[in-house]
Design a protein around this ligand. Structure first.
Ligand code: SF4
Length: 242
């Protein structure tokens, strides 16, 4: 089944209860082992083998089995921008850096907001797990939800191309200079994610825990697809090349 066609993106998408494969994610315990091992602290030369690798793969398989992917997203016209923020309907992006990206754009048109979750069952498996297994599951969940967000970003980019538009890299509250609580609340109010079983707390945390919000900027052209090329924050762990 195709989750997203062009008409879906025009109107906004909403899906619940899908396997990760539905989003094009090729997840299996073998493929995820190194990614998860790196997240929990193994170095490239000290990756787990033998019994330890087997244990981690068993936990990963349990985690993948528990995923019921759900997501929601829709566009909203950009109303205005200043040096400090971008306002698109009810969504205010209080980020001078992303405001700079919009100021550089030719015909900034819309913000496309989205939210994705691995679902509550994934949390339940983690809550029942032993300490080390829960640590593995937490890393697995972070990896899966980031990969899912990457896929949604790719789909939005492809859809933009059919509309003679380009889009920025995805960005999320809590990263760069967009305050977590303000951004999560703004996207939560805009998307109303109760329909996919997600609750945004006042702190900016979300339930289920492995949920992610994001946004991209759509425009006729974008000299900057993210603020990183003109950012002077040295040694930022999240720096992107374009
Ligand atoms: S380098 Fe880091 S702080 Fe600077 S714009 Fe990129 S993500 Fe944001």
């Amino acid at each position: 089944m195709t989750l997203f066609d062009d008409a879906t993106f025009d109107a906004g998408f909403c899906f619940t209860g899908f396997d990760p494969e539905a989003l094009g994610l090729d997840l299996c315990a073998e493929n995820c082992l190194e990614l998860v091992a790196r997240r929990i602290g193994y170095g490239p030369d000290t990756l787990p083998v033998g019994e330890k690798a087997g244990r981690i793969k068993t936990v990963i398989a349990q985690g993948i089995e528990a995923v019921a992917l759900a997501g929601q997203g829709k566009p909203v016209t950009i109303d205005r921008w200043s040096g400090k923020e971008v306002v698109a309907g009810p969504v205010c992006v209080q980020s001078p850096r992303w405001s700079h990206v919009v100021r550089q754009a030719q015909e900034p048109q819309a913000l496309y907001g989205f939210i994705l979750t691995l679902g509550r069952d994934f949390d339940r498996v983690k809550e029942k797990a032993a300490l080390f297994d829960a640590y593995v599951l937490d890393a697995l969940g972070s990896e899966m939800v980031e990969q899912a967000a990457d896929r949604v970003e790719q789909r939005i980019r492809a859809w933009c191309a059919t509309r003679n538009r380009v889009c920025s890299r995805r960005f999320s509250p809590g990263y760069c200079d967009w305050p977590l609580a303000q951004g999560q609340q703004a996207l939560g109010d805009f998307l109303a994610p109760a329909a996919i079983g997600v609750k945004v707390l006042a702190s900016g945390a979300m339930v289920p825990s492995k949920s992610i919000t994001g946004a991209v900027i759509m425009a006729r052209s974008l000299p900057l697809s993210c603020p990183c090329p003109v950012c002077n924050q040295a040694n930022c762990a999240y720096r992107r090349v374009a």
